[in-house]
Design a protein around this ligand. Structure first.
Ligand SMILES: Cc1cc2nc3c(=O)[nH]c(=O)nc-3n(C[C@H](O)[C@H](O)[C@H](O)COP(=O)(O)OP(=O)(O)OC[C@H]3O[C@@H](n4cnc5c(N)ncnc54)[C@H](O)[C@@H]3O)c2cc1C
Length: 439
């Protein structure tokens, strides 16, 4: 690609959501223009919009996601802080009760976390994207399909109700709604095969005033799922001085929004941290619910695709949000896209999907056993080896900062799970679980 070609070239991004805005940052150095087309009217101030119903629920970005976003938009953290987001060390500013109700040691591990609403996160990234001189956002415009060459081998842009926008590359980041399969079918391609696993998760979320004196620099309180994996919850500080409290349950374990029932649900967890924190707190809304019937992974890698079409984000894979991985996966894909573009545009989609699939597989496989266990609705699900190991780690994290650090790095997707099975870590876990100590 010559510099001149690059100057004249255009990439279109469908959707100004989390993945789309990051994709724009990855595309910007490689195209003359990056056009983001968004169906919603985007607010002129930080605030919500209709097509992101998940905005009413707690959003946590894992450490790897935060690092990825900064790779694309180095000023992201500053943008968030300018809106009043809280920040602190991921190990020191959060309390966490593990299975069995044991509490992790509060220790600083040198990784900065941010605590803010989904609206603030998106606004911060949108500010970063909008500052790039060759990125333009057209809102209030619904993409209806893909434009192609006559032989349909190559995507040449997107169609909307009134216009066709031409492009040299179309990145489809239209989110969970996943319009891509229908668009592809319409131009004569097969839909990607879908792996769909029912999870039947219900989210219930309410917001409460946060008492800064009582909670000081604790910005996150989490209680790991109950032994059977059915119920759990997390609360984080928001930029407007509230706590957002999301309780979740599998199957029939559905958090009610009624204030009293919501509190009762939190009391049924392995530790009372969340229930205690909201006991006397003033509620500031009536709450919201969200149902996640299934997780879905679309095999775009194994599907014949037209040239110059590239899916990214939830449209490839939408995960169970209780593990807070969706934004991190989308951010990883944006970084992969940036890396692939560094080697030119030949076979871009194939190279991108090869690397993206590897990462998605790692994430998908790390949580699938937890979903399977939680879906077991028998009264007393069997305790597997994983439960015993998790409990042993939980006990070690209550006393050993090195185990806390190793665990948080793996949990934040910075390190591979193999790091937890290093002899030095296993020896520490064994020591924390020595029989005379446990009795
Ligand atoms: C209840 C809930 C809680 C979650 N909590 C977390 C969490 O704690 N941590 C985490 O990492 N992830 C979480 N996630 C997942 C996270 O929200 C997604 O992974 C992330 O938003 C994916 O980004 P995306 O760009 O693929 O989709 P989105 O951010 O949903 O953006 C898609 C965009 O495409 C636009 N669009 C759709 N169709 C069209 C069209 N035809 N034309 C033009 N524009 C279109 C939409 O309006 C939207 O702006 C949660 C998800 C849910 C449902």
């Amino acid at each position: 690609m010559t510099a001149e070609n690059s100057q004249n070239s255009r990439a279109i991004v469908v959707g100004a959501g989390f993945g789309g805005l990051l994709a724009a940052g990855a595309l910007s150095p490689h195209f003359g223009e990056v056009l983001i087309i968004e169906r919603d009217t985007l607010p002129a101030e930080p605030g919500g919009r209709t097509s992101i119903p998940q905005r009413h629920h707690l959003h946590i970005m894992l450490a790897r996601g935060i690092a990825n976003v900064h790779k694309i938009y180095p000023q992201y953290g500053d943008e968030l802080l300018a809106q009043g987001a809280f920040t602190g060390d991921v190990g020191a500013c959060a309390t966490a009760a593990a299975p069995g109700g044991m509490h992790r040691l509060p220790v600083a591990i040198g990784i900065q976390d941010f605590y803010a609403s989904r609206d603030a996160i998106e606004w911060a990234i949108r500010q970063c994207a909008s500052r790039l001189p060759n990125v333009r956002i057209i809102d209030n415009t619904v993409v209806t399909g893909l434009a192609t060459t006559e032989d349909r081998s190559t995507v040449t842009g997107v169609t909307t109700a009134g216009e066709t926008f031409l492009a040299d590359l179309v990145v489809d980041s239209s989110g969970r709604a996943a319009h891509g399969p229908g668009w592809l079918e319409h131009i004569g391609y097969e839909r990607p095969h879908e792996t769909k696993v029912p999870v039947g998760v219900t989210y219930g979320t309410r917001r409460y005033k946060r008492d800064p004196v009582r909670h000081g620099s604790i910005y996150r309180i989490s209680v790991a799922p109950t032994e059977d994996g059915h119920r759990g919850g997390v609360m984080i500080a928001q930029e407007d001085g509230t706590w957002i409290v999301t309780l979740s349950g599998f199957g029939n374990h559905r958090p009610e929004l009624d204030e009293k029932k919501f509190h009762e649900f939190a009391k049924s967890f392995v530790a009372s941290d969340i229930a205690d924190a909201i006991t006397d707190a003033e509620a500031v809304d009536d709450g919201h619910r969200f149902k996640i019937p299934a997780i879905v992974w679309r095999d775009y890698k194994g599907t014949k695709l037209p040239r110059n079409y590239l899916p990214l984000g939830d449209t490839i894979c939408s995960l169970n949000p209780i593990y807070a991985q969706g934004m991190t996966v989308a951010s990883e894909e944006a970084v992969i896209l940036a890396n692939c573009l560094g080697s030119g545009r030949d076979d871009l989609t194939a190279r991108f999907l090869t690397d993206a699939d590897k990462f998605i597989g790692r994430v998908w496989n790390s949580t699938a056993p937890l979903d399977r266990k939680a879906l077991d609705t028998t009264a007393t699900p069997k305790k597997g080896a994983r439960d015993v190991i998790m409990t042993a780690f939980g006990r070690a994290m209550a006393s050993d900062p090195k185990v806390v650090e190793a665990f948080l790095r793996v949990n934040g997707l910075l390190d591979s799970p193999a790091k937890l099975t290093r002899p030095t870590i296993l020896a520490r876990v064994a020591w924390a679980n020595r029989p005379w100590r446990r009795s």
